[in-house]
Design a protein around this ligand. Structure first.
Ligand code: ZN
Length: 215
């Protein structure tokens, strides 16, 4: 029986002389998502690099969309109030975020002890500030992924972790909610919010694309 050939590169498939095999249908479909001229099949000879390039493309597309969202996610308000006056909202669920920053924080604290006694430690407040910024961004992205446009009842905690190294963990938690009358109670950049929501929708779409078995 004559061996079948690869629909893409025409090489014969399998056999003693041919070590290539056809890619799975799922791998074929996966490649076609990222290819301008979809093919009806690929073999390991012509498809392996293509497949790996698509895996990389998917990861970089996700990273690009996420980074775009992170840049503008601050449009989502974070408040400590449980139920701000005049806010008409429905609760979605709790969101939390953690960040660990500052190797060598303890030594920095001791070396800047005099500064602290003087009422100020730049090293410490910078580390705290960075940790908080990361947590806020994470919290907002999580809320947006859940379809929320605000975070209520937000709480922040600090804990020292990592023993001698003196790392600092910042934990934040709050309640993601959907604020229905957001335009009435907040001055916000509506355009930014809709761009954010579009990026989040795109991120969710990309997250549904699973990387299949190649062969
Ligand atoms: Zn081929």
């Amino acid at each position: 029986m004559e061996k079948s050939a690869c629909p893409n590169c025409n090489k014969k498939i399998g056999g003693i002389l041919f070590s290539n095999s056809l890619l799975t249908i799922a791998a074929n479909n996966f490649i076609n998502i990222f290819t301008e001229n979809p093919g009806s099949g690929y073999c390991t000879d012509c498809g392996t690099n293509l497949f790996n390039a698509c895996v990389t493309k998917l990861a970089s597309q996700k990273a690009d969309v996420l980074n775009a969202a992170i840049r503008i996610v601050d449009v989502i308000p974070i408040v400590t109030a449980q139920s701000p006056l005049k806010w008409d909202y429905s609760v979605i669920e709790m969101v939390s975020s953690q960040s660990v920053t500052g190797t060598g924080l303890l030594s920095e604290i001791s070396s800047s002890w005099t500064d602290m006694l003087g009422g100020q430690s730049d090293a410490l407040s910078n580390k705290l500030g960075n940790g908080e910024t990361i947590c806020r961004k994470q919290l907002r992205i999580k809320a947006a992924m859940l379809g929320g446009n605000c975070i209520l009842a937000t709480d922040i905690d600090y804990a020292e972790v990592g023993g001698v190294k003196g790392m600092l963990m910042v934990c934040m938690s709050g309640t993601a909610a959907n604020l229905h009358n957001i335009e009435d109670v907040l001055e916000l950049d509506k355009e930014k919010l809709s761009i954010l929501q579009a990026s989040i929708a795109e991120l969710k779409r990309l997250n549904t694309i699973a990387i299949p078995q190649m062969v």
